[in-house]
Design a binder for this molecule. Structure first.
Ligand SMILES: Nc1ncnc2c1ncn2[C@@H]1O[C@H](COP(=O)(O)OP(=O)(O)OP(=O)(O)O)[C@@H](O)[C@H]1O
Ligand SMILES: [Mg+2]
Length: 413
């Protein structure tokens, strides 16, 4: 008799061990693997196609809900069962909408778990027999369901725009993904300056012009040489008030089916436009730095985000790490009581000159440690390895502008 193959996904090793133990005497169930994050679950599922995936919700890097959504799209033959704790109803509803087949509330007994596994396996076996195994769909270009990442921080100047622009360019540079960067720093957005783009059209022009439909929205995109598309912030601060949270919600729902990644750069305070991106986003990246005031406010923000039931979407990104800060990333984890998903080293030389030249550092300084960190982010987001495009480097460096040209362009002198 074929045994039901099961993958266990949970970031806590002890939990994985105890689930494995619960299932060890079940003759018709075989645990074929265990992994500690959503992105590893996707890679495993694509390779081994287990019958059942037992998925935790709250995990660093990629939470269980997003992983479920991607597995449902890419490996429809594997059925996801969500393992939740009491009180996670809001997450559960989202998980079921993302494509989970069933859920089980922790703590559970071996019998309870085995019977849920058997039930889901049986239901899906019948469904597969009737419908035949569906073909693998990998980001069908006709029906994308973009990852929406909302960049947030509690303090200005911690590096949201720097990281958002470089990550977006890195993703677009691979040539495999459609990427949109939306500047929601509506008063003083500087994404266009970071990318050396002339903001001929902005989100304010779009709102003024009429229906917010994708066919209309796309004519307001600015095109970056990497292939990235940008919806720029208004050119003047007074236009910011034209744009409401409802507009942003509508824009995001219109663009989502047309992109693989949509990155929103926000302001550093809780306000309506940012909060609506939190609701729609698949990930919220909280950018923090190694200083006590930032960390104190980051801790408060995490509490607010928890009150909004968005905790599973949060990734903490520690920017400007340096041994000279008198603080260790592990101290930051302890004080925030949460894991850091990504660390970006401080690299003033590469970053400031990249900024003055209007060329993202991932392009102008691909060998810098900061670029390496961005490639790690992009690699994890796409479940692939992204390497340093060394051969192209010389050509790109030749294209770098002088800082004075960039000043002239921005200020028009
Ligand atoms: N890893 C880093 N190493 C060195 N400098 C950095 C790093 N990250 C960001 N910076 C610098 O910090 C400054 C502020 O960055 P940035 O404008 O991206 O912050 P922000 O969070 O978007 O600010 P705001 O909230 O005002 O929009 C820039 O000059 C940038 O070059
Ligand atoms: Mg900014």
């Amino acid at each position: 008799m074929k045994r039901i193959s099961v993958l266990i996904v949970d970031d806590i090793t002890d939990t994985r061990d105890s689930i494995r133990r619960l299932l060890q005497f079940e003759d018709d169930i075989e645990v074929v693997g265990e992994v500690g994050s959503g992105s590893e679950a996707i890679i495993f599922a694509e390779g081994k196609r287990p019958d059942i995936i037992l998925m935790d919700i709250n995990m660093p890097e990629m939470d269980g809900i997003r992983a479920t959504e991607l597995i449902a799209q890419r490996v429809p033959g594997s059925s996801v069962i969500i393992m939740s704790v009491q009180g996670e109803q809001a997450y559960l509803r989202r998980a079921m909408m993302a494509g989970a087949r069933e859920y089980i509330v922790k703590p559970f007994t071996g019998d309870e778990l085995a019977s849920v596994i058997a039930k889901v396996y049986e239901m899906d076996r019948i469904k597969k027999e009737v419908m035949g195994e569906q073909p693998k769909v990998f980001l069908d270009p006709k029906k994308r369901n973009g990852e929406i990442i909302s960049f947030f921080s509690t303090k200005g100047g911690v590096g949201k725009t720097t990281l958002a622009t470089n990550l977006a360019v890195q993703l677009a540079n691979t040539g495999k993904w459609r990427v949109l960067l939306i500047d929601l720093n509506l008063q003083f957005g500087d994404v266009a300056v970071f990318l050396n783009l002339v903001p001929k059209r902005s989100i304010a022009d779009l709102i003024e012009s009429g229906p917010i439909k994708f066919s209309e929205i796309q004519s307001y995109f600015l095109n970056h040489s990497s292939g990235l598309q940008v919806l720029a912030a208004p050119t003047r601060p007074e236009y910011a008030e034209l744009i409401t949270a409802e507009h942003v919600e509508q824009i995001l729902s219109e663009v989502r089916p047309n992109f693989d990644f949509i990155i929103c750069d926000n302001v550093s305070r809780f306000e309506e436009v940012g909060l609506v991106t939190f609701d729609i986003a698949t990930q919220i990246w909280l950018i923090v730095a190694m200083d006590v005031p930032t960390l104190k406010n980051a801790k408060l923000s995490l509490e607010v985000i928890e009150g909004l039931h968005h905790t599973p979407k949060v990734q903490v990104v520690l920017n400007r790490t340096s041994k000279e800060m008198g603080m260790d990333p592990r101290d930051v984890e302890k004080s925030l009581n949460t894991k850091i998903s990504y660390e970006i080293p401080s690299d003033g030389r590469a970053l400031v000159s990249a900024l003055n030249q209007g060329v993202p550092f991932v392009t102008s300084y691909p060998q810098s440690k900061a670029s390496e960190a961005i490639r790690t982010m992009a690699g994890r987001l796409t479940s692939s390895e992204i390497v340093d495009p060394k051969p192209k480097q010389k050509e790109q460096e030749r294209r770098i502008q002088s800082p004075i040209k960039q000043l002239r362009r921005v200020f028009g002198f």
